[in-house]
Write a protein that binds this ligand. Sequence first.
Ligand code: GLU
Length: 306
Amino acid sequence: MAYNYRTIIEKAYQMANSMEDEGKLATYIPELANVDPSKFGVHMTKVNGDNFGMGDHLERFSIQSIAKVLSLTLAYKILGEEIWKRIDVEPSGTKFDSLLLLETNNGIPRNPFVNSGAIVICDILISHLDDAREEFLAFVRKLSDLPELNYSDKIADSEKMYGYRNVALCNFIKSFGNIENEPAVVLDFYFDMCSLEMNCQELSYTISFLANNGYKLSNNEVIVSSSQSKRINALMLTCGFYDESGEFAFKVGLPGKSGVGGGIVALYPNNYAIAVWSPKLNPHGNSFKGMKLLEEVTTHSEMSIF
Ligand code: GLU
């Protein structure tokens, strides 16, 4: 269906911006609590190259768990279907940092997007790469066309100081034999991975290969096969928002992934990728205004995957 995406984004942005923000900043990572809570930006990158952004879309923020889509992509490229022996593909219905289901599932995380699953992905990358930290960064630099992109030591150190639950998760999984490397090494990489900073324009472009059947937009390079791209999208749809994944599919109807920095990416296959940032989070750890904006976009464009 033809639609004017600029008008739709403008309307959705204004609507979400006029609402009272019921969210709260994430404070368990002290650096995230220092962010201006009124920031609000959105950027859409279409697979035909058109793109449009509004608000604080050119200001970088901590992408946090959105990086889990990129680490899964790299690990899936390396391991192929073998990867699913270490991590399941089921929604968790639990909080992002929950330990609950690991006990009954013998240390196999429910999916790659809860913290436990992303920690196992980090372990896989460490086992299969000479220098996972550097090679993952090089991979994201290539995807984003941002050769200067770097980890934020400030954010990573801030999380490391208080990351007790992630330490618990990693050690607990190790006790079941599903972590091969030293937990301290795995966690260092996990905190670095979560510390990447991008703006909405950069993020929507970086993720756009998943709206383009696995091909990078700028040069048609195959990042993952179309089947792998489809599966990553399926996981984002079913597991991208922790215990609010059903609600996001219900209200927005797109594959997506959130982060506690207040960012959300979502995509409409063969059409566009969109990134939105508003730092205040709802009780499930997902951006309050970001969710509202995306709901408006798919409702008014009448374009969701359903
Ligand atoms: N680094 C964060 C953590 O491990 C990521 C969580 C998120 O963005 O949802 O707690």
